[in-house]
Ligand binder design. Structure first.
Ligand SMILES: NC(=O)C1=CN([C@@H]2O[C@H](COP(=O)(O)OP(=O)(O)OC[C@H]3O[C@@H](n4cnc5c(N)ncnc54)[C@H](O)[C@@H]3O)[C@@H](O)[C@H]2O)C=CC1
Ligand SMILES: CC(C)CC(=O)C(=O)O
Ligand SMILES: [Mg+2]
Length: 369
């Protein structure tokens, strides 16, 4: 199979984890007889430095010609003081919008080997398998006006939470559809006790529910959802929520599995359109360039890409198995290692996963998981 992948490494640890992910994809290609072409694009802070914009037009064009997009992360302190239009994050938001990627899927699973790394007690973790469906092209991150202005008492600032009913309906429908393919439970997370947008969100969920009689719908206010996620995450199957809420809840949920360095994501538009795959974490400036970043979230994002956009489920399974096996062998980056345990670097854990993938596919050897 011949596929074109747009590769946007970005800033900070982005190039490190994406570099490892491509080395892993090369092994997938070698083992299964595929050809993956990588077309590199600029986005974020380094694009600002080199092109004067966080999202050069060529990057959007490149993505449009690809079968899938793999992204690292954008941002860093160097660009934090810039004006809004010259901030790395606007590049990523702009790309999501330009590609109409309205749904961001963030699965949270437990690797049995990592029970110790989770902040939760082992008995609470048993059987956790949840999916956060985050609306990605609307809400507070995209509403206008967004501005600073001078009012009667001095500086005033405005961010706008804007949704159309149609935007709310399409993400909720996806939530119902995904719940239907899993355990049949959808939790819609909102702040309907305060926000008008959330009231429409809840009304829309109620209106759609009769069309999905096989799905049990529950509503939860976002503050309670944040608490329930760490109290008893096993109660959740699919959570569907607004852009900002989903952003925050997914970082929180990362700690159920043990580290933000483990959580993958896939962003999708209408059926048959391009998908963008990226780890949930950011550019981690505090560890950038030190061979400390955990590349597993990016590997698991690659697995999502193989399965969803490239139609290669067997290859996706093999990557996920290789990751699980390496963890089972006790290989840990610093974010996962317990006090006193050996710490592997980004490149070293990368080599372990590649070896495991080769061994698993060629010789069928793997650690029992
Ligand atoms: N999708 C994206 O490109 C995102 C970009 N950002 C940007 O990233 C920059 C840093 O943001 P932070 O709030 O620090 O969030 P962050 O996710 O980059 O880092 C938070 C903490 O987690 C650690 N961490 C993150 N990824 C890791 C990995 N793979 N392995 C080991 N440890 C990891 C970091 O070292 C840090 O201590 C900011 O400029 C922010 O805007 C933040 C989130 C997402
Ligand atoms: C630009 C930010 C909204 C990125 C982020 O935090 C995320 O998508 O998780
Ligand atoms: Mg985030």
């Amino acid at each position: 199979m011949n596929k074109r992948i747009a590769v946007l490494p970005g800033d900070g640890i982005g190039p490190e984890v994406v570099g490892e992910a491509l080395a892993l994809l090369d092994v997938v290609a070698e083992l299964y007889g595929h050809t993956f072409h990588y077309d590199y694009g600029k986005i974020g802070g380094h694009a600002i430095d080199e092109e004067g914009t966080a999202l050069p037009a060529e990057t959007v064009e490149l993505c449009g010609k690809s079968d899938a997009v793999l992204l690292g992360a954008v941002g860093g302190p160097k660009w934090d003081r810039g004006p809004t239009h010259l901030r790395p994050e606007t590049g990523l938001l702009g790309l999501r919008k330009a590609l109409s990627l309205y749904a961001n899927l963030r699965p949270v699973k437990i690797f049995p080997a990592l029970r110790d790394a989770s902040t939760l007690k082992p008995e609470v973790l048993e059987g956790v398998d949840l999916l956060i469906v985050r609306e990605l092209t609307g809400g507070l991150y995209f509403g206008t006006p967004r501005e600073r202005r001078t009012g009667p008492t001095g500086l005033e600032v405005v961010d706008t939470l804007f949704y159309t009913e149609a935007e709310i309906e399409r993400i909720l429908r996806l939530g119902f559809e995904l719940a239907r393919t899993r355990r049949g439970h959808l939790t819609s997370v909102d702040k309907a006790n305060v926000l008008e947008s959330s009231r429409v969100w809840r009304e829309t969920a109620e209106r759609l529910a009769p069309e999905y009689p096989d799905v049990e719908l529950t509503h939860l206010l976002v503050d309670n959802a944040a608490m329930q996620l760490v109290r008893n995450p096993r109660q959740f199957d699919v959570l569907v929520t607004e852009n900002l809420f989903g952003d925050i809840l997914s970082d929180e949920a990362a700690m159920i599995s043990g580290s933000i360095g483990l959580l993958p994501s896939g962003s999708l538009g209408a059926e048959g359109t391009l998908g963008l795959y990226e780890p949930v974490h950011g550019s981690a400036p505090d560890i950038a360039g030190q061979n400390k970043a955990n590349p597993l979230a990016t590997y698991l994002s690659v697995a999502m890409m193989l399965r969803t956009s490239l139609g290669l489920p067997e290859e996706a399974d093999a990557v996920e198995r290789a990751v699980a096996c390496v963890l089972e062998k006790g290989v840990r980056t610093g974010d996962l290692a317990q006090p006193g345990e050996r710490v592997w670097g980004t490149r070293e854990i990368g080599a372990e996963v590649r070896d495991q993938l080769r061994g698993g596919v060629r010789h069928g050897w793997q650690v029992t998981i």
